[in-house]
Design a binder for this molecule. Sequence first.
Ligand code: NCD
Ligand code: ZN
Length: 347
Amino acid sequence: MSTQITIIRPDDFHLHLRDGEMLSAVLPYSARIYGRALVMPNLIPPVTTAEQAENYRRRIIDARPEGSHFEPLMTCYLTDSTSPEALKAAYAVQAFHAVKLFPAGATTNSASGVTNIRKVYPVLEAMQEIGLPLSVHGEVVDPEVDIFDLEAVFIERILKPVRKTFPELKIVFEHLTSKEGVDYVYDQDENMVATITPHHLLLTRNDLFKGGMNPYMYCLPVAKTFKDREAVRKAAISGDERFFLGTDSAPHPAANKEKAGAAAGIFNAPTSLGYVTQVFDELSALDKLEGFTSIYGARFYGLSPNGSTVTLVKRDEPVEMDWQIETGGDVVKIFKPDTPLFWDLVD
Ligand code: NCD
Ligand code: ZN
């Protein structure tokens, strides 16, 4: 039985860092673990230009703890009016590593997102040409569709036509949650990859209601059935390069989580790698951990794996911590599922 593991330092290919005080409060937790992170652009206002991305990147660099080499990789928020020419120019100066598609109204801060995928076809054409990946929030916005089917319906209505029209476009199906999503990615080629979050490896929709309705288990896409979680887990430990880690760590102040209309998003940065390691350990797949956390994603984005390592140990007793951080006169609670955490990062 392994009680310690050393792996190449992981990257987080889907992270919400926010801005201002919240950025300063949450960044150290990601910077301690991850070498790089693909930073989501859903600020208010969203990050839509190379200049905004560069300014945001500098604010992140300035907020890094002393001595940290954490590297933010910026993304562009796709809107109905994104210009293909501007995007090409931004790509030429490496302002963006991906363009994020939020269907308008799909999730937190997605109001400026895309209202009709056809409107951005010229942008997708340009991205296919230059090799800039499209990162997608894969849920349709349709009040007539069951919330647990939003991802499966997105495949039919959006992904299939886009793949058919732009077969060489690199696409990242973000935070995969469903068996349909996993099966779809397996059926595609190397241009279609997916990120998997720590929480979707752990939660099912039962967790939303266990012991009473629990907003801290609520994120989008929402956790699904045991069968879906099984498919997501198997994909994560498969060793297939198309599946890699993106935490989707998404902090919200307690006041926004603990109310009617609770915000979607789970702040998992502090416990993310510990829980991922724990799931891989439980599935006897620790030999597949490093590929998933530290190699496949980097390779997809054209980066070399990080030059340093991290070590995790399996404690005899559950890991203790405050399970919340303070910022802006409020707290942000740390992801704490119903499963005690035993795997702990050692510095
Ligand atoms: C994210 C957020 O809060 O920014 N929320 C979430 O539930 N995952 C947005 C997103 O990635 O959907
Ligand atoms: Zn996200």
